[in-house]
Design a protein around this ligand. Structure first.
Ligand SMILES: [Zn+2]
Length: 148
């Protein structure tokens, strides 16, 4: 059954998709909604099954060879996953807005990924324009990300 999300839910999801490690307070500041509301909405999203899981981030360089073998496939899948939160929006009635033109995104959004950010667009033209317009900032964020 499709779930109808309001603007607050979408704002929280988008914020978490950018960086799943954000605290409720950080999200609250970002989207200008009180921390208890963010927390309540987050819990609701978890209960709805929209936010499936919160996973640990493991620094593989600190795990010895034996443990790595014991953990096997679990570690492999964790390595591929860079975020703590996995946000699933597919098949849901989520109204995303294009980051460039502000128009509604119909169907699958065009995604621009850089560093640990994701931006969503209605079309490849908007994605290309956004990339050109914010080229400097995107490069800077990529650079910061590499240094971490
Ligand atoms: Zn657009």
């Amino acid at each position: 059954m499709p779930v109808q999300l309001d603007e607050t839910d979408v704002a929280i999801l988008k914020s978490l998709m950018e960086d799943g490690r954000k605290s409720f307070r950080a999200i609250s500041r970002e989207i200008k909604i009180s921390t208890p509301t963010v927390k309540a909405r987050y819990e609701r999203l978890v209960n709805m099954g929209l936010i499936k899981s919160v996973k640990p981030e493991i620094d593989l360089s600190k795990v010895d060879k034996k443990s790595k073998e014991d953990l096997g496939g679990t570690l492999e899948s964790l390595k591929k996953q860079k975020k703590h939160f996995h946000v699933y929006v597919e098949g849901l009635n989520v109204k995303l807005k294009c980051e460039f033109c502000g128009g509604p995104i119909h169907g699958k959004p065009k995604v621009l990924k850089f560093a640990n950010f994701e931006r969503f667009f209605c079309c490849t033209q908007c994605r290309a324009s956004y990339r050109d317009k914010h080229a400097g900032r995107i490069e800077m964020l990529k650079e910061q990300h590499r240094k971490r």
